[in-house]
Write a protein that binds this ligand. Structure first.
Ligand SMILES: NC(=O)c1ccc[n+]([C@@H]2O[C@H](COP(=O)([O-])OP(=O)(O)OC[C@H]3O[C@@H](n4cnc5c(N)ncnc54)[C@H](OP(=O)(O)O)[C@@H]3O)[C@@H](O)[C@H]2O)c1
Length: 235
């Protein structure tokens, strides 16, 4: 039996990932920072709700204690994330971004990932087949951001791509430090969710595809990589 935690799973890609992993036979903890939204979403798909705000040490520690007491963890999907758009769904570019805006976004997208990894690592290291999936973005790719022929090149924001590049760095460093774990970053693709005011061109079913696939790789899968549905993505 595989036990999986998906953070930020009360809606969007996280909810679809949780739904598919329940269908694949995993026992899924559906992380949500809001108890009511979490309970409702978990009931909908047959998951276990767990209160988890990735920006809050006490919340993450309490969630890890609950999961440990109920038997441990095999798969962690670090999915919770924010894009930090401004008024009217506007992406905030270099002319306007401030250190405070960036710090707030990094608190969720970067420090949140480290906070959750730190709390759940002892549980994962006790698993026979531990897997971590960090939900990154195509915008993390410096190769993409610097190549005018790639759509990511035209994205004007600063904080969000920088946060996901940091997630990729974290992925590589954890993968090297813990060779018994499979630790990978994934790019779901531009998906219609609340994150982007539902302007994405893919459905959540399409977007969750690579997240689910990498959550199910098991002991013999790759580690330290960055993948989308079509295969490896350039760093
Ligand atoms: N959509 C895309 O095109 C796209 C592309 C590439 C990567 N991604 C990544 O995919 C992941 C999921 O995004 P999405 O598109 O599904 O967006 P979404 O529908 O807005 O979902 C984001 C989820 O993260 C949760 N969250 C935000 N801050 C949190 C916190 N402090 N603690 C716990 N949960 C928190 C949200 O909870 P609340 O409901 O409480 O706000 C929500 O459940 C993100 O990491 C995002 O960067 C998305």
């Amino acid at each position: 039996m595989t036990t999986t935690l998906v953070t930020g799973a009360n809606k969007g890609l996280g909810l679809e990932t949780a739904r598919r992993l329940v269908a694949a036979g995993h026992t899924v903890y559906l992380g949500s920072r809001d108890p009511e939204r979490g309970r409702r979403a978990a009931a909908l798909i047959g998951a276990r709700p767990v209160l988890l705000d990735v920006t809050d040490d006490a919340s993450v520690t309490a969630a890890a204690r609950t999961v440990a007491a109920e038997g441990g963890l095999d798969v962690l999907v670090n999915n919770a994330g924010v894009e930090g758009r401004g008024e009217g769904n506007r992406v905030i570019g270099p002319a306007e971004v401030t250190a405070a805006m960036m710090r707030e976004l990094f608190e969720t997208n970067v420090f949140g990932v480290v906070r959750v990894l730190h709390a759940f690592l002892p549980l994962l290291r006790r698993s026979a087949s531990p897997v971590v999936v960090n939900v990154s973005s195509g915008l993390a790719s410096l190769a993409g951001l610097t190549d005018p022929s790639v759509p990511a090149h035209g994205y004007p924001g600063v904080a969000y791509p920088a946060s996901k590049t940091a997630v990729n760095t974290i992925t590589v460093q954890y993968a090297k430090a813990f060779p018994d774990l499979r630790v990978n970053a994934v790019e779901p693709g531009f998906t219609a969710t609340d994150l982007n005011g539902n302007t994405g061109t893919q459905t959540v079913e399409e977007g969750a595809e690579i997240i689910v696939r990498m959550a199910r790789i098991g002991r013999d899968g790759p580690t330290g990589g960055f993948f989308d549905a079509a295969g490896p993505v350039p760093w």
